[in-house]
Design a protein around this ligand. Structure first.
Ligand code: NAD
Length: 496
């Protein structure tokens, strides 16, 4: 099949978007490489402290007017943005594939989920409403209003470069705040494209800004800046925990969504054919670089025949996944996003072998369709005889590696899940309502799937998380994010 046209033609030097202007940074430049082709596609600046101070200053200046703008007028900018995102849907999706490596269908799915957040945030006149009660005492009424706070920053990971900033930024501006988006330095081009559309959508200067930079710069300057009221962070647990602490010390609000190690439970009454199909997307979609990816398969029961059939079908399906460039529509799995990411996965595979797990499908023997450098590519791997104490079962590999374990019953499966430090997602495959109910009731994970391998909440539900996968009290998306971006004020009024 033909390769779709690449929208990013050559190495573009990315600029910051500050106060409605595209500004060249004085910071040093880093390369952005297409992980499939190995080509240099952009240079991203590591912005300076002066530039960080400048972006916070302009956002702070824009805030008083923007908060006074009526919710309906604010939302009109979001409606225009939504139209522009739809018009540019295909280009935005292809850019994601070019800089991240995911398949074009995965990128299109991401674009759709991101736009859904703009749609939900456009409901802010209702979502932001307070409430009242008359006659709380004789002649006295009381009511609650929600007000914006000021300037927020949004720190995004590399793996969903389009969608994740949209879990937060549309709600921030819809509620009357100003926002500074810091895309991942590994995948910054998609947000640059989104920001071009933000400019067209007619937000006043200073309301929605974007600044590029390294993680360390953000940590020391943006998060601790006295005029930043709060931070949204999505990324690894190590960094999330650190930022959570920094925000606490500096009195700032924070939503911090961290890493994951997700378990999938396969009951003996599961529909094997449909389960395997669903598990391929769960384990190997996005080349395993999803916080909701299946990583550990727990096969339940003592039926050796069922177990054998499961393992054979899983390995057979994984071995047939077509690996290649994501802009080839026939590709089913793209490369890892970076060589560093691939090396980390290779390291884990080695540790798995050393600790005695049985590598029954070795994805290190790379088989890529098309003439591309192997630098970032891996094929799906499968381990059998994995135990919960092994490093490959405990830690986030963030790559196309599936670990299969056996457990006697559902209780044991839930106990194994609870031994893990993370609590982002877990799924069960079963035809029993009772097992499904038991599982969703007891399992300590934020996102639960029943016969669903990627339990990704829609934009009007929170993107949840527990244990070491989440720090804070409110989550990204929907009503909880509206709460995060607003302060409640209670007014008691006596009438005389
Ligand atoms: P990361 O933690 O390396 O980086 C995330 C962001 O933080 C980037 O913008 C980066 O520049 C910045 N950063 C890096 N070091 C920093 C520091 N010391 N101080 C401040 N900021 C810093 O994460 P990543 O590799 O980009 O993303 C992958 C991780 O994100 C995985 O662990 C994945 O599970 C997680 N993730 C979680 C969710 C969720 O909702 N829970 C969703 C997507 C991804």
């Amino acid at each position: 099949m033909a390769i779709l046209e690449e929208p990013v033609k050559g190495p573009v030097v990315l600029k910051n978007y500050i106060d409605g202007e595209w500004v060249e940074s004085k910071g040093e430049l880093q390369d952005v490489i297409n992980p499939a082709t190995g080509k240099l596609i952009a240079k991203i600046p590591y912005s300076t402290k002066k530039e960080v101070d400048e972006v916070v200053e302009v956002a702070k200046k824009a805030f008083p007017e923007w908060r006074k703008t009526t919710p309906l007028a604010r939302v009109r900018c979001l409606f225009r943005l939504k139209e522009l995102l739809e018009e540019n849907f295909e280009e935005l999706s292809r850019v994601q594939t070019q800089e991240h490596g995911k398949t074009i269908d995965e990128s299109r799915g991401e674009t759709r989920r991101g736009i859904e957040n703009v749609e939900v945030a456009a409901g802010i006149p209702s979502l932001m409403m307070g409430y009242n009660l008359e006659d709380i005492a004789t002649g006295i009424d009381e009511y609650l209003i929600r007000q914006p706070l000021g300037v927020f920053c949004c720190i995004a990971p590399f793996n969903f470069p389009f969608m994740i900033p949209l879990w937060f930024a549309p709600y921030a501006v819809a509620t009357g705040n100003c926002i500074i988006v810091k895309p991942s330095s590994r995948c910054p081009i998609t947000q640059a494209k989104v920001t071009e559309l933000i400019e067209e959508a007619g937000f006043p200067p200073g309301v929605w800004n974007m600044i590029h930079g390294s993680g360390a710069m953000i940590s020391s300057q943006l998060i601790t800046h006295p005029d930043i009221k709060g931070v949204t962070f999505v990324g690894s647990t190590t960094v999330g925990k650190k930022i959570y602490q920094e925000c606490g010390e500096n009195g700032k609000r924070i939503i911090a969504q961290g890493g994951a190690k997700n378990f999938v439970v396969i009951m003996p009454d599961a529909d094997l054919k449909k389960t395997i199909l669903s598990l391929m997307t769960s384990f190997y979609g996005n080349a395993g670089q999803r916080c909701l990816s299946g990583a550990n398969a727990l096969v339940v029961g003592e039926d050796d025949l069922f177990y054998k059939r499961f393992v054979e079908a899983f390995v057979d399906a994984a071995s047939r996944i077509k690996v290649g460039y994501g802009l080839d529509e026939a590709t089913q799995m793209g490369p890892l996003q970076s060589k560093r990411g691939k090396d980390k996965v290779l390291d884990y595979i080695e540790k798995g072998v050393q600790q005695g797990a049985k590598l029954i499908l070795d994805g290190r023997k790379v088989n890529v369709t098309g003439n591309y450098p192997e630098t970032c590519f891996l094929n799906p791997s499968v381990f059998e005889n994995v135990t919960p104490e092994m490093v490959i079962a405990k830690e986030e590999i963030f790559g196309p590696v599936g670990c299969i374990m056996r457990v006697k019953n559902l209780n044991e499966a839930i106990n194994v899940i609870h031994q893990n430090r993370y609590g982002n997602a877990a799924s069960i495959y079963t035809s029993s309502g009772k097992s499904a109910r038991e599982f969703q009731y007891h399992t300590l994970c934020g996102n639960i799937g029943v016969n669903v391998g990627i339990a990704a909440p829609m934009a009007f539900f929170p993107f949840s998380g527990m244990k070491d996968s989440f720090f804070g009290t409110l989550h990204g998306q929907g009503q909880e994010t509206v709460r995060f971006f607003t302060e409640s004020k209670v007014v008691i009024q006596r009438w005389w």
